[in-house]
Design a protein around this ligand. Structure first.
Ligand SMILES: [Zn+2]
Length: 135
């Protein structure tokens, strides 16, 4: 996965977030709580269950909506519901230097960056945001 996002055409900031996410190094709220100061571990995007990498990038209602819109824009029907399903799908379909593979890799990395950016903004007091705002 890292190679797919970092090799060839990429957007460095997006690839960096994708690299961190695929290595499960994202600073999710439970991980940050280990340092103290954070009491609420729930996802700030959907105010649902505790935030984890899988929850944030694959299971969160907000993220699912965004990913659905991204997939729709790429003319992909479905690539599976879970984090692992999506990663495997992107690895399989994002291989190579074809235009389609490049677009899928860029879309994946941009999706992760977008969710991470919205998550951070919301953590710092930004108002709730609807996924359909990206259309
Ligand atoms: Zn959520």
């Amino acid at each position: 996965m890292v190679q797919h996002c970092l090799g060839g055409l990429s957007i460095p900031q997006h690839s960096f977030i994708a690299w961190f996410a695929t290595l499960d190094r994202s600073l999710t709220r439970p991980r940050m709580a280990l340092w103290g100061g954070i009491l609420d571990l729930s996802c700030v995007l959907c105010e649902g269950i505790d935030e984890t990498k899988d929850q944030l990038f694959a299971e969160c209602v907000f993220s699912k909506d965004v990913w659905g819109l991204v997939m729709q824009g790429c003319h992909v029907r479905s690539c599976g519901p879970g984090w692992r399903d999506i990663v495997v799908w992107v690895q399989d379909h994002g291989k190579g230097k074809t235009l389609r593979a490049t677009v899928l890799r860029l879309a994946w990395c941009s999706y992760l960056y977008f969710v991470w950016q919205k998550r951070n903004a919301r953590s710092h007091g930004a108002p709730p945001w609807l996924a359909d705002g990206i259309e």
